[in-house]
Design a protein around this ligand. Structure first.
Ligand SMILES: Cc1cc2nc3c(=O)[nH]c(=O)nc-3n(C[C@H](O)[C@H](O)[C@H](O)COP(=O)(O)O)c2cc1C
Length: 154
């Protein structure tokens, strides 16, 4: 059977957010053998990155009450090219937010509805001052998603 593939696109501008994206990249690779994970910085991602993928993970920060500029830039560049070609794509996303993450969540949810992607788990909003526990929360969140993709649940 063909291995399933997950695309992970992220913008990780700080030490803490680098820890988050590195965790996703490393954990998924070590725990799952029947899955390919393709990791790209938000700025490298484009519509061709979505060829033959079975699931998507987005990681972003909240800035100025919205998704980070590079995450917005990704959607600015790729929305039209992805629309009507990626309907039903299972997705999860996490947001690192120094304050509340709400503006980013509202904006992303609108875009996901526009693209008709399927958000299969509620977003993980890692808000407030940095806590080590965020890494555990993210690990659980991502592995729930990747096992669901592997088992064909999502
Ligand atoms: C220019 C700028 C604007 C920011 N705006 C927000 C914001 O509107 N809401 C929020 O929750 N956090 C905001 N933050 C905090 C970032 O979300 C946070 O610094 C980022 O996620 C990195 O997390 P870290 O500081 O733990 O490394 C902002 C940070 C910067 C640098």
């Amino acid at each position: 059977m063909k291995k399933k593939s997950i695309l992970f696109i992220h913008h990780s501008p700080s030490e803490n957010t680098k820890k988050l994206s590195t965790l996703v990249e490393k954990k998924v690779d070590t725990i799952t053998s029947d899955l390919n994970l393709k990791t790209l910085n938000m700025i490298e991602a484009n519509t061709s990155s979505f060829k033959e993928i079975d699931g998507l993970i987005i990681g972003t920060t909240e800035n100025f009450g919205y998704m980070s500029g590079l995450t917005k830039d990704f959607f600015d560049r790729c929305y039209d090219g992805l629309k009507d070609k990626t309907e039903g794509l299972p997705i999860i996303y996490y947001v690192r937010a120094g304050l509340d993450g709400e503006g980013c969540k509202v904006a992303l949810n609108k875009i996901l509805i526009g693209l008709r992607w399927r958000q299969v788990l509620p977003p993980l909003i890692l808000k407030g001052s940095w806590k080590k526990d965020y890494l555990k929360q993210l690990e659980k969140f991502v592995l729930t998603f990747t096992s669901g993709i592997e088992l064909g649940i999502y």
